[in-house]
Design a protein around this ligand. Structure first.
Ligand code: HH2
Length: 282
């Protein structure tokens, strides 16, 4: 058999916009005791694996597996604990399209070795100095998300002069950083970080003015699913989550304003709604 030099054997994924045509759905499996909407539900690996498989069968293009909650007020978990939570799940999902929701290079590295395609880093490469190198070497897709502050304190009076242009300026800088670190631009998508250091009105404004983020030239991912802003918009000032119906409205609105990937908990409902929205798009 012809022996190929190893450089021909390394993974060269197609551009992110080809791999995830608009609209694509990213399902969610949180292997955590404390995630804001599905905490505890998927702590057993068998439950998490079954949930991911179901979401893929329902039409998700990829499923995001996370072992650390980033809900408002959440505290960080150790590398060992995060690995203990996600590794059995990733092993059970080998060969399927998986994204790893982590800010830790050690977790991303193990996930990529088990076949994960995308690194979803809510710190946009500000958390772990080794993560950019791991994503670059692993040939991974990367999602860079905006967050003001950090999960423990981010909802204490978030302030912006102009939320859309400040989020865009942040993502532009992070995109340049990632590219300089060796991650090809065509593998990167950008995310306004709904609920990460933003009021209800600021979250809505980011979707209304998604064109400001699209002007950066990269696909945009939006994660409005079940976020507390939706519950608060519906009149409960103490809401910790939003309903499925409210999530779908936000997801479809984001798609119509140009979002490519919708990160959602209720895959089947979003796939149905987006299929119709796409058919109706002019
Ligand atoms: N939201 C959450 C977690 N990760 N990643 C991206 N790129 N965008 C998001 O909007 C986003 C994210 C929070 O939602 P969830 O995973 O359901 O909850 P928790 O962080 O409590 O596990």
């Amino acid at each position: 058999m012809l022996a190929l030099p190893t450089r021909f054997l390394t993974r060269v994924p197609p551009p992110l916009e080809q791999r995830f045509p608009r609209p694509s759905v990213m399902g969610i499996v949180n292997v955590t005791p404390d995630s804001f909407s599905d905490g505890g539900v998927n702590l057993r690996p068998e439950a998490a694996i079954a949930s991911a498989r179901r979401q893929l069968a329902e039409g998700a293009g990829i499923v995001d597996v996370g072992g650390e909650s980033t809900r408002p007020g959440a505290r960080s978990v150790s590398l060992d604990e995060e690995l203990r939570r996600v590794l059995p799940v990733l092993e059970g999902l080998e060969g399927l399209p998986i994204s790893i929701d982590t800010a830790k290079a050690g977790v991303a590295q193990r996930a990529l070795a088990l076949g994960a395609e995308l690194v979803n880093d809510v710190t946009a490469l500000r958390g772990d100095p080794d993560l950019a190198g791991v994503a670059a070497e692993g040939g991974a897709y990367l999602c860079l998300m905006h967050m003001q502050g950090e999960p423990r304190t981010m909802q204490h009076r978030p302030t912006y002069a102009d939320v859309a242009s400040e989020v865009a300026a942040f993502l532009e800088e992070r995109l340049a950083f990632a590219v300089a670190a060796g991650i090809p631009e065509e593998r990167i998508c950008l995310d306004p970080g709904i609920g990460f250091g933003k009021t209800v009105e600021q979250n809505l404004e980011l979707v209304r003015r998604l064109d400001v983020l699209l002007a950066l030239g990269r696909p945009v991912l939006v994660g409005f699913s079940r976020k507390r802003s939706l519950g608060r918009l519906l009149g409960d000032p103490e809401a910790k989550t939003g309903s499925t119906a409210a999530s779908i409205a936000a997801g479809v609105a984001a798609y119509e304003r140009g979002a490519s990937i919708l990160r959602v908990h209720d895959v089947r409902e979003h796939v149905e709604a987006l299929t119709v929205a796409r058919a109706l798009a002019s």
